[in-house]
Ligand binder design. Sequence first.
Ligand code: ATP
Length: 287
Amino acid sequence: MLDHVSLAEAAVSVHGLRKTYGERTAVDGVDLDIPRGEVFALLGPNGAGKTTTVEILEGYRSRDAGEVSVLGVDPADATPQWRARVGIVLQSVTDLSELTVAETVRHFAGYYPRPRDPDEVIATVGLTDSAAQRIRLLSGGQRRRLDVALGILGRPELLFLDEPTTGFDPAARRQFWDLVEDLAREGTTILLTTHYLEEAERLADRVAVIASGRIVEVAEPAALGGRRNAAATVSWTDPDGARRSVRTAEPTRTVTELAATFVGEVPGLSVTRPTLEDVYLEMVGLQ
Ligand code: ATP
């Protein structure tokens, strides 16, 4: 049973969630607790069960078992009042609308009790120059920005971002990260799914790795898969031009010894630790 304290404090609380499609088990006993104000990323390979989980939390899919509370409400009993507190940015919405960007954002603002200013939202997602453009004529990345604009328009307490930056160019992606950080600073709880490990590392307070419908680990990005205590790799180039590297728990000692050997600059020196992508790939590869 979920106790009343956790219901009041948690933005999302999930226990024993299961979902099957015919013979296939898509979600196989997932537990998740996301406190208010947290940016939480769900990582996992294609078909791991991320979208199924998120859509159950959004109230768009039924479940077979488990307890789910989102902002204190079971999404299976979603009301319009609850929907207004939740923002959703869906995966690749294709819209062939003849309406312009500005018309669309103004139209959707009418659905919310306390919407943000439509022109400000358009500026925030970097679409001011395209405000008079018909949606049908937007590029894929611009359409995605519009999806984000519609997701944040109603000042949601909880924002679901399902692969939000797919199709963004690198500059747009960085701009979007700044936007997410601003929303997080304002206290918005954010549940993000992404295949970009760099995005999860930059934005998430905690990440969960899901594979075959089960949570493998939940941790801060810097600590996932024992990363914090992982050995470092020190690499350099020997005078004969050969590339050398050693794995060590004491990289400072290795670098000091190298500096003494080379008397000055160590050619091609680098010290690296496993990236989030390294540990992630190892984790999902073992499943
Ligand atoms: P991706 O990273 O590709 O978006 P995902 O982690 O979001 O993947 P889901 O879309 O949740 O994965 O799918 C989990 C499993 O459930 C997959 O095996 C998928 O084929 C299956 N599945 C998803 N939706 C349905 C459906 N409506 N009917 C039948 N099977 C489905």
